[in-house]
Ligand binder design. Structure first.
Ligand code: DON
Length: 307
């Protein structure tokens, strides 16, 4: 299959959709993104890579960071992690507070904001403070993407912290239920910084190869997680990676995927490849509008879905 030809076709077909949707502006810095920006990258298990658009341009990975913190936490804590966070789809928006109250502070899954805050708190248990926690996250990302200069954009983190009242509310509520070990503000600060990591689609697609290869990076040989843990991470991505649109994403795209409000999405084709796409305007669920369509075009054209 000529994957470059497939991407070139998608690049042509996606043009009428670029600019549709709404750029996230509740984090003021994200509002500055170009609504017409687009990139898509595919990296296969043998290291071959294919790209279209601005695939070297870095953008705010936002909630895609939750995929890596979840991976690190599962690797370090094992199944004990699930005493603090569930694995069921929430059916609610990514920043919803309601479920948390009546489910006594145990978030439904690691990808909604509440769950990601607990996961980050669990990493702070291991690494003691936010700085060492973030250093370990960056180390993980640099190793998984084979890119030594992946970093946090401090302006994006500051912008999120200045307006992040809802995340503070979530952290405080979880703390009240006894499911947060650190100071809620410190956890929100760490979380906002992890969301402010910047990566390109080329780097993102490369970084998820271990999830397409049963936990082991096929190029470096590094075993990030066990095959069983990789299976679980992919399953949670499929069922919860797009919040209350996870069903729609599975229906249209048919791959495990994780989105972020910066307009990025990563997806995994088990045993084959990592994919990343970027287009800043979002649909009503907070997932990239054109990015989702591009991924649907990809699985339709190639037949490479898990179903
Ligand atoms: O906490 C927030 O609201 C953002 N830092 C991340 C949200 C996000 O990316 C949701 N994903 N589509």
């Amino acid at each position: 299959m000529d994957l470059q030809k497939v991407l070139d076709e998608i690049y042509k077909e996606i043009r009428p959709h670029l600019g549709k949707g709404k750029i996230a502006d509740y984090i003021p810095l994200l509002a500055k993104a170009d609504p017409k920006a687009f990139a898509m990258s595919v990296v296969t298990l043998d290291g071959a890579h294919y790209h279209v658009g601005s695939h070297t341009e870095r953008f705010s990975i936002q909630s895609i960071s939750k995929l890596y913190t979840f991976t690190m936490a599962l690797r370090e804590h094992g199944d004990k992690l699930f005493e603090r966070v569930g694995v069921e789809p929430s059916g609610t928006p990514f920043n919803s507070l309601v479920q948390l109250e009546y489910e006594h502070g145990k978030p439904r899954n690691p990808f909604i904001n509440a769950g990601a805050l607990v996961v980050t708190d669990s990493l702070m248990d291991l690494y003691k403070d936010q700085f060492i926690t973030l250093e370990n996250l960056l180390k993980f990302l640099r190793t998984a993407s084979e890119t030594p200069d992946i970093n946090i954009n401090p302006a994006a983190a500051k912008s999120e912290l200045e307006t992040g009242y809802r995340n503070r509310a979530l952290a405080n509520l979880i703390k009240d239920f006894g499911n947060l070990h650190h100071d809620p503000l410190e956890v929100v600060e760490t979380y906002s910084k992890q969301c402010a990591v910047e990566m390109s689609t080329a780097e993102l697609a490369r970084s998820v190869l271990f999830l397409a290869n049963r936990g082991k990076d096929p190029l470096s040989g590094e075993e990030f997680v066990t095959p069983s843990q990789a299976k679980r991470i992919n399953a949670v991505m499929l069922t919860c990676g797009h919040y209350d649109a996870s069903g729609e994403f599975a229906f249209h795209v048919g791959l495990p995927g994780k989105s972020g409000v910066g307009g990025g999405i990563v997806a995994v084709v088990p045993q084959k490849m990592g994919i990343a796409v970027w287009s800043p305007p979002l649909n009503e669920y907070g997932n990239s509008y054109a990015g989702t369509i591009a991924l649907e075009l990809f699985t339709t054209k190639t037949g490479l879905s898990i179903f």
